[in-house]
Design a binder for this molecule. Structure first.
Ligand code: ATP
Ligand code: MG
Length: 221
């Protein structure tokens, strides 16, 4: 029996459609965002009952990879748990509709995460459309600093923290792609991971030094 966990609000939808996500991908795909079987994840936009959803599939890329995940599960399971933790702490992130994991007796296999499709611009695209001295840029960077401070308060590092993993709504970032997220007990490791999040965010803005400057000015020392 496969493992199916879903957000109570969507239980009917999951029961009717997403129990078998592979057939939904085949029948209802609207757009393939990425699908390379050699990569760890594939991402599709599907339309069900007139509404769009994102299905992120956690692929099993080799026998070696299967041996690695068959007992502990894919990164999808971790992402589901972190999405719940972020919700609990009121940290803006895309909350999934459902998580489905293939089971072969006690062994785990390929998994799927379903999200509502949010029609907001991705941070990387949004920032490209903005002038460096605009109020939107200032707000976006200040809100990103706020987000990173919220993560810090609960000792979370995202580990892929950049504008390409955020959707922007009203100049506020909404985090997604929680596959590499970690919660730290050890101070030293947390500080290192937190600084890496900041470093990666800046690195993605490397061709916009003025934005890095603004970001650093908003960051408490
Ligand atoms: N809920 C959503 N609503 C709208 N678009 C989304 C949503 N979730 C993901 N996307 C789109 O799908 C893309 C891939 O998602 P995600 O980053 O989770 O996958 P990934 O495998 O980590 O991809 P990458 O390696 O490109 O980061 C995102 O960059 C974004 O454009
Ligand atoms: Mg991503």
């Amino acid at each position: 029996m496969d493992k199916i966990i879903c957000n109570a609000q969507f239980s009917g939808l999951v029961e009717r459609f997403f129990k078998c996500p592979e057939s939904i991908i085949t029948k209802c795909v609207k757009q393939t965002i990425k699908n390379n079987p050699h990569e760890k994840t594939s991402v599709f936009v599907v339309e069900v009952d007139g509404k769009q959803y994102i299905v992120k599939r956690y692929n099993v890329t080799s026998i070696k990879h299967f041996l690695k995940i068959c007992l502990r599960g894919t990164r999808g399971w971790r992402a589901w748990q972190f999405a719940n933790l972020l919700k609990q702490h009121r940290i803006a992130a895309i909350f999934p509709v459902a998580f489905i994991e293939k089971r072969y007796g006690p062994l785990r296999g390929r998994a799927y995460m379903v999200y509502e499709y949010l029609d907001y611009p991705k941070g990387s695209e949004y920032v490209r459309s903005l002038k460096e001295d605009s109020e939107n840029v200032r707000l976006l960077l200040a809100n990103t600093v706020r987000l990173i401070q919220q993560l810090k308060a609960v000792r979370l590092s995202h580990n892929d923290f950049h504008l390409g993993n955020m959707l922007i709504h009203q100049d506020k970032p909404i985090l997604f792609d929680l596959d590499h997220m970690r919660r730290h007990v050890n101070n030293k490791f947390f500080t290192k991971a937190h600084n890496s999040d900041i470093h990666l965010f800046k690195w993605y803005l490397r061709d916009r030094p003025q934005l890095i400057k603004l970001f650093m000015e908003s960051l408490p020392s």
